[in-house]
Design a protein around this ligand. Structure first.
Ligand code: URA
Length: 295
């Protein structure tokens, strides 16, 4: 069997391994789809529609500028602004509001897990195999929150069970802890397809669930693993290299402050081993804080 497209000079084995390296590890359709042909067809019909569509009227200056005093009444004859609102804004805001409502309505972690399993407002759920809710001991003093599950986590339905999870286990062991003495979850509980970065909308939709999860566990100390967890839960736009190593506060939806230590994500440490010493310092800080809170 030949494994190449001679005309295009493409080696199929190389193409497949490129996809695998990029995180594309499964086909979602039963039948192969020719996306090049589909894109060409879509372009052709968009071009045809553009030829038939009359050009929109040129915007008047008032449409593009704010009135100086805000007191000019709108004229009934004034042409309407031609830019439609972003198509996804309303549905996503509605889903985030639904998630907030649902998260507020639950009183236990088991209820929260069931609520998240029944929630259909985040598109990531439909490409993920499993809900990745949490692992570890919900009675623990320490809770760690990562970004989003990867392939191994999606398959097993548990957070941090792949390569970065193995490193996280070693980091915990270095301060005398394991999954019986720590509780682990993610900001996003469903694997983004191909491990892509979750969009801001997806993060906003999932945020109420992780906030409620933290509130229900009520740990003495929170550790944010990586920038996305730190930014989402500490309400900051600062980068993780600036944030790490300094105590912050996570404030729960009911207003309770929890000491939080942002640190480097294990996946980053696997790529940048020279920075492991920084994470080591952060974990020692956490150990000291936990000791002081115990006694
Ligand atoms: N990275 C994360 O942020 N979370 C996981 O569960 C696994 C990898």
């Amino acid at each position: 069997m030949t494994t190449s497209f001679p005309d295009a000079g493409i080696d199929l084995r190389e193409l497949l391994s490129f996809y695998a390296d990029a995180g594309v590890d499964e086909a979602l359709g039963e039948e192969p789809a020719d996306r090049f042909a589909e894109a060409a067809k879509a372009r052709a019909s968009a071009d045809a529609a553009a030829v038939e569509r009359p050009s929109p009227p040129a915007p008047t200056p008032r449409e593009n500028s704010q009135p100086a005093t805000g007191s000019v009444p709108p004229s009934p004859a004034a042409p309407r602004a031609t830019t439609p609102p972003p198509a996804m804004a309303v549905p996503d805001q509605a889903q985030a509001a639904a998630a907030r409502e649902l998260a507020r309505s639950v009183g236990t972690l088991e209820e929260l897990r069931a609520a998240m399993a029944s929630f259909d407002g985040c598109n990531l759920k439909f490409t993920a195999k499993n809900l990745v809710f949490a692992d570890g001991n919900p009675q623990a003093d320490l809770m760690l929150v990562g970004e989003a599950p990867g392939r191994d986590e999606d398959i097993q339905g548990l957070p941090f069970v792949g390569r970065s999870g193995k490193l996280l286990d070693r980091m915990l062991a270095a301060i005398g802890l394991d999954r019986n003495s720590a509780y682990i979850a993610n900001v996003i509980p469903w694997r983004p397809p191909g491990n892509r970065t979750p969009t801001p909308h997806e993060t906003e939709i999932c945020r109420p669930f992780i906030e409620r999860q933290i509130e229900l566990v009520n740990p003495k100390v929170l550790v944010n693993l990586g920038g996305p967890s730190a930014k989402t839960l500490l309400n900051t736009t600062e980068g993780i290299l600036r944030l790490r190593g300094n105590w912050r506060e996570h404030v729960t939806p009911s207003g309770m402050p929890i000491p939080a230590m942002p640190t480097l994500h294990p996946a980053y440490l696997l790529r940048t081993p020279a920075h492991k010493r920084l994470a080591w310092r952060d974990f020692l800080e956490v150990k000291t804080r936990l000791r002081s809170l115990q006694g």
